[in-house]
Design a protein around this ligand. Sequence first.
Ligand code: FAD
Ligand code: SF4
Length: 480
Amino acid sequence: MTEKLLKFVTVDKAMPDKRLAAERRHDFAEIYGDFERRAAAEQAARCSQCGIPFCQIHCPLQNNIPDWLKLTAEGRLEEAYELAASTNNMPEVCGRICPQDRLCEGNCVIEKSFESVTIGSVEKFITENAFAEGWVKPPTPRRELGRSIGIVGAGPAGLAAAEQLRRKGYEVHVYDRYDRVGGLLVYGIPNFKLEKHVVARRHDLLAAGGIEFHLNFTVGRDASLAALRERHDAVLIASGVYKAREMTCPGVGLKNVVSALDYLVASNRKGLGDAVPDFDSGDLDAAGKNVVVIGGGDTAMDCVRTAVRQGAKSVRCLYRRDRHNMPGSQREVHHAEEEGVEFVWLAAPEAFLGKSKVGQVRAHRMHLGIADSTGRQVPQPIENSHFNLDADLAIKALGFDPDDLPALFGAPELAVTRWGTVKVDHRTMMTALDGVFAAGDIVRGASLVVWGIRDGRDAAEQMHNYLKTKVDTVSAEAAE
Ligand SMILES: Cc1cc2nc3c(=O)[nH]c(=O)nc-3n(C[C@H](O)[C@H](O)[C@H](O)COP(=O)(O)OP(=O)(O)OC[C@H]3O[C@@H](n4cnc5c(N)ncnc54)[C@H](O)[C@@H]3O)c2cc1C
Ligand code: SF4
């Protein structure tokens, strides 16, 4: 084993080639290239095959990382793919956009002295290679079970559940209000992190496996939850969280103070070739503008980097904590800085200034005070520390809350938590309604793709158990 592995002592960490900032500022293509077979094998061979694989423990899918790294190092790529795909429905997506610095790679044992193994890039390589070789097959079941499942939402959680259930032999119907499959993978996350053809390829594969997609179908408008329960033997709610957190400061209603998702959806739709009047009018286009983005999460990072690519005059990110206390990935901050974004740390907006349109953001400096019950230091305003930033476009990226689903779905009996997320029994993933399950952001609150996939897989397993038990009970009653 040592012959092909434990190379971290002699081989340095290397990512696939990253395009220069000067070039990538002008387009929306992904910033990293692909590993070639030899480079992937060499990087995989850096794995130390340690006794307790912390990478695996800290991967939400508990991917068997050391084993697929070993198989890659040995050139056994089909087996590596089979293993990677056995725990993850979209390894090529996670390999691209998981915040690996906080998950698998951040917990790699060799990270301490030698820098981690490039786990995400190898995962992407294994799966892209498998697609190229024709090893990735549609989820066609061995036999049909004659039972039907309805899934609300074609994001990562809904798609992972759909695939797992279809493999078991269920007839699966996925309903989504958007016109494309993928949820935030398509309309939230920009191309430079995840190109859309990668998601469309998964859609094609699932459709080829017999999963039926009902697009432009809004549950609550085109059918109530009760109607879906009538139509299907079990239902999964995987509708994500979309209500933007609001600010209350003066001037927030001025023109060109916009919410992050409106801005990103418009940009993604434009890239897909759709008609986007609010972009064409200039309202949601940063070209030639001074842009200020408020927030410090991944959504804020996507907004600043999108604005750069649209040709903004200047792009600043205003965040009330410091670099080390921001929720977004450090890797993304680094990319943004390379691309010319200016970060204004420890600063919070106080008002948006302008007559009808915003012209400036008035902000004040903050310092980090005593930690609260969550352990995070609370930002406190510093008196008389005001300053103004020019802003023809201000983007609010303060996070998302769930919509009022019981009202939207016409289902007042659907219990929610005090945060508005759908309440589930965490052992069964069933909601307060019999046969209705829930997964992904709508249960966790805004989270990550990899957690959505994990929840979708868990929900599929629980729905299968539920339906099996139901069949057994009905057969036993019939036999009596
Ligand atoms: C800008 C942005 C960038 C992000 N970047 C990253 C990243 O880099 N890495 C990462 O891991 N995570 C990232 N995330 C988080 C990640 O996208 C989400 O955690 C993940 O998509 C959640 O999956 P989901 O399936 O629960 O919900 P979603 O992806 O939101 O999918 C829900 C689907 O349900 C549909 N739907 C909603 N209501 C209805 C209805 N009434 N009827 C029918 N359909 C409905 C929606 O149209 C949508 O397609 C990002 C999020 C945002 C907003
Ligand atoms: S799914 Fe994400 S956390 Fe898990 S191994 Fe892949 S990149 Fe790492």
